[in-house]
Design a protein around this ligand. Structure first.
Ligand SMILES: C[S@@+](CC[C@H](N)C(=O)[O-])C[C@H]1O[C@@H](n2cnc3c(N)ncnc32)[C@H](O)[C@@H]1O
Length: 341
């Protein structure tokens, strides 16, 4: 792998020496870990697709192919079209799903562009789709990708290493107000203003560890006692901004539902409240349910295009979260298409 591909440019445009940041702090070199990711609520996902009509299932975030593996193994009459914006994930999915190669097509891209999928299915429609949102454990655990506040790495956080803006550019170029609003809106960070002020005063910041230390020092001592790393929410917020995760969610789910056949099913797994809020609102609208909180201003309800298969989001069991702590924040929403809009 070309390591420099994952190094953020400095604010003056010249590439950062992969061995030392602008601050002169040394970035330890790592070889990337092997791809590893445990699919969340995999049995439930396979079970949801057990009754759908034969045909294509869109795995819009195929990652290492764990969910798709279960789906393909459970039914020979289903095939998978898998999308991921991360070429390393696609390579992992390709080898994980090798035994089903004649029933798998993989597309490098973002799930808000389903034109490649529409081309693959021609005049057919989808039997099902899955959005397993966010990052994979591999992306988080690989320090070269810059997602982790625990390991030293470049401030990158791009799921697609070919996309333009890195976390380093946000951190070093956004205004204090922009940073504070990003941390608040995407990370629910109550100390967003303090953290933004500290970041701006310490710029340039070049590595994940430098940023994590600045955030930790900006937070009042009493809050550092609450569980979880003090930089967790800020790193989540930056990652969401770098990868435009929230902006594209609603339109992508609507488009996938448009491509679904009657009786086809959709599953969305989200991992934080901002994401789930968008998913829940979109699905309730399409299910013809009220999404307004005010009884004085009820929303005009849309015709019912989908049926929610459960009123509340499903959570992982305690046994699963013990085996796979990542599952603890997962919220699964499932539905079936019942009519064309
Ligand atoms: C939680 S992982 C999926 C894991 C997968 N279900 C499995 O079983 O291995 C999410 C994956 O979605 C990809 N991803 C996130 N947002 C995306 C987007 N907008 N378009 C395409 N891929 C995306 C990430 O690169 C990551 O590989």
């Amino acid at each position: 792998m070309n390591e420099s591909k994952y190094i953020s440019p400095t604010t003056n445009g010249s590439p950062l020496d992969p061995a030392t940041g602008l601050s002169g702090r040394r970035i330890t070199r790592f070889s990337p870990p092997p791809f590893s990711h445990i699919p969340v609520m995999a049995e439930s996902v396979t079970e949801i697709f057990s009754t759908v009509p034969s045909g294509p299932i869109l795995d819009a975030t195929i990652g290492g192919g764990g969910h798709s593996y279960g789906i393909l193994k459970s039914r020979e009459d289903l095939n998978v079209i898998g999308i991921d914006q991360d070429p390393e994930a696609l390579a992992a999915a390709n080898s994980k799903l090798a035994q089903f190669a004649n029933r798998v097509s993989l597309i490098h891209g973002r799930f808000d562009d389903l034109s490649g999928v529409a081309k693959q299915i021609g005049n057919q429609k989808l039997s099902g789709f899955l959005f397993d949102l966010g990052v994979s454990s591999y992306q988080l655990d690989n320090p070269l990708r810059g997602f982790s506040f625990r390991n030293e790495g470049p401030l990158d956080m791009r799921m697609n290493p070919e996309s333009q803006i890195t976390a380093g550019e946000y951190v070093n170029e956004a205004t204090q107000e922009e940073l504070a609003s990003l941390l608040y809106n995407y990370g629910d960070e109550k100390y967003s203003k303090r953290i933004a002020r500290a970041i701006v005063s310490m710029r340039p910041i070049l590595t994940t560890k430098e940023l994590a230390d600045i955030i930790r020092d900006a937070i009042p001592a009493r809050s550092k006692r609450s569980p979880g790393h003090p930089a967790r929410r800020s790193f989540q917020a930056l990652r969401i901004a770098v990868n435009c995760e929230i902006e594209i969610l609603e339109s992508s789910i609507r488009e996938a539902i448009r491509l679904l056949k009657i009786g086809g099913r959709g599953v969305v797994l989200s991992y934080h409240s901002g994401e789930d809020k968008v998913v829940k609102r979109t699905l309730r609208q399409l299910a013809g349910l009220n999404t307004s909180n005010s009884k004085y201003h009820p929303e005009v309800r849309q015709p019912k295009e989908i049926l929610l298969l459960a009123r509340k989001a499903q959570r992982a069991t305690s046994e699963e979260t013990l085996r796979n702590p990542r599952a603890s924040s997962a919220l699964l929403r499932k539905f079936e298409k019942v009519s064309e809009s």
